[in-house]
Write a protein that binds this ligand. Structure first.
Ligand SMILES: Cc1cc2nc3c(=O)[nH]c(=O)nc-3n(C[C@H](O)[C@H](O)[C@H](O)COP(=O)(O)OP(=O)(O)OC[C@H]3O[C@@H](n4cnc5c(N)ncnc54)[C@H](O)[C@@H]3O)c2cc1C
Length: 381
């Protein structure tokens, strides 16, 4: 392992690797990525792969428009097929408040150039064969959203970054970060130390622990989020379907499996990754309510990962007051996979001072002290 680096990235998830990849593309390769487990150990290897531009803030819509274009290029850029399939996203509203929310979002998305449409439950049945229309007031459908297979997206970014000269060290856990006054001097791992003045905290649900190594307190909380996958079926489901009434979402993978999860308001903050019977039961009921014929389908596997949540549902990006050269890139909740390409690219440009992006002031840690928070109201799967 290198014993010095211009920049050390803690966390080999999609966010840390996207940053490493984009730094390397800009010619900055004196970078080491440290990952305590294998690639895909964290949330980046456990998610549903949903990629959507249907958001309720202009900023997230614009970011996601860029990310979609980047995912379209990622397979050819990295040589790994990420199986990005633009089959759309269909949101279902069952009450007046959700319906009004979708209506307002669609107007905003259209103003930003995203072709989302409000459609009736009858029209939605043509998009999703077998959809049960009872109780659905209105749907929002954007055919240019999509899903991808998370593993190759992570592996591809890691390989491309490595080929350009970045070092990616797996099974290497950061145990301490040493500073002299405000200046970082060293990152200590269980495989040796790396002298550096710059560290990026891209440790996802572990970011709070990493920040504490430098005495920085973060407001993030980890929550278990469970997900399951069925036996493979003949392809019938183009879009990711997302029911706003209970936070259910599911899509069909390129191999035919139905893969999805559901929010659980009773889930406490924890670092628990065991699977629960409660989830299995709630998820099966929720899917069958949306598409009743799924009652005959067998579940093959379920697993869990973390949502790394912040108080306003937006990530924490940028500098901290306490230490120089300590950059935060975490707090992506249930949407870090889709935001990783564009956030990694913008962060690389910002770190190398090639461009200034307002994002890194607006979403810095200090916003919570300043009370400058803009809550994203539409942050489910
Ligand atoms: C079930 C589920 C479904 C989801 N569905 C979607 C979806 O459809 N679309 C979407 O966009 N997002 C989804 N998400 C969210 C998405 O997976 C995350 O937001 C994203 O993967 C976060 O990436 P990350 O790199 O910040 O974190 P992670 O992938 O968790 O990476 C952080 C890494 O840091 C490493 N690390 C931590 N501490 C240390 C240390 N001390 N030393 C070295 N390494 C360390 C960890 O091992 C980990 O690999 C889902 C998440 C889950 C759990």
């Amino acid at each position: 392992m290198r014993d010095r680096a211009d920049l050390v990235i803690i966390g080999g998830g999609v966010v840390g690797l996207s940053l490493a990849y984009h730094l390397a593309r800009l010619g900055f390769t004196d970078v080491v990525v440290l990952e305590q487990g294998y690639l895909c150990f964290g949330a980046s290897g456990r998610n549903g792969g949903g990629v959507r531009q249907q958001w309720s803030t202009e900023e997230n819509i614009q970011l996601m428009k860029e990310s979609v274009q980047m995912f379209r290029r990622l397979s050819s850029e990295t040589g790994y097929n990420v199986w990005f399939r633009q089959g759309g996203y269909l949101f279902l509203a069952r009450d007046a408040a959700s319906a009004q929310g979708l209506e307002a979002n669609v107007k905003l998305q259209n103003r930003c150039g995203v072709p989302t449409r409000l459609i009736s439950p009858a029209e939605a049945q043509r998009v999703v064969p077998g959809l049960a229309p009872a109780g659905i007031q209105v749907c929002a459908y954007n055919p240019t959203d999509g899903v991808l297979f998370p593993f190759p997206a992570v592996w591809g970014m890691a390989r491309a970054a490595t080929q350009l000269g970045v070092a990616v060290e797996t099974f290497t856990r950061v145990t301490a970060i040493e500073a002299r006054g405000r200046q970082i001097v060293k990152v200590v791992t269980d495989r040796g130390a790396i002298a550096t003045n710059r560290v990026v905290n891209a440790a996802g649900a572990w970011s709070v622990q990493v920040a504490r190594l430098l005495g920085v307190e973060l407001p993030n909380k980890p929550y278990r989020h469970e997900i399951l996958i069925s036996e493979p079926l003949k392809p019938f489901l183009d879009p990711m379907v997302s029911d706003l009434s209970d936070g259910t979402y599911f899509s069909q993978t390129m191999r035919g499996e139905i893969c999805g999860g559901v929010s659980d308001p009773a889930e406490p903050s924890s670092m628990e990754t065991r699977s629960s019977l409660r989830f299995l039961e709630r998820m099966c009921r929720a899917m069958v309510r949306v598409v009743p014929t799924l009652a005959n389908v067998r579940v093959m596997r379920q697993w869990a990962g973390f949502y790394d949540e912040t108080p306003d549902g937006q990530p924490i990006l940028g500098r901290v007051d306490e230490v120089d050269g300590f950059i935060q890139l975490h707090g992506f909740g249930g949407h870090g996979m889709m935001l990783a390409p564009i956030v990694g690219k913008l962060a690389a440009e910002w770190i190398l001072r090639k461009a200034d992006h307002a994002l890194f002031q607006r979403y810095d840690l200090g916003r919570f002290k300043r009370g400058e928070v803009q809550k994203e109201t539409f942050s489910i799967g």
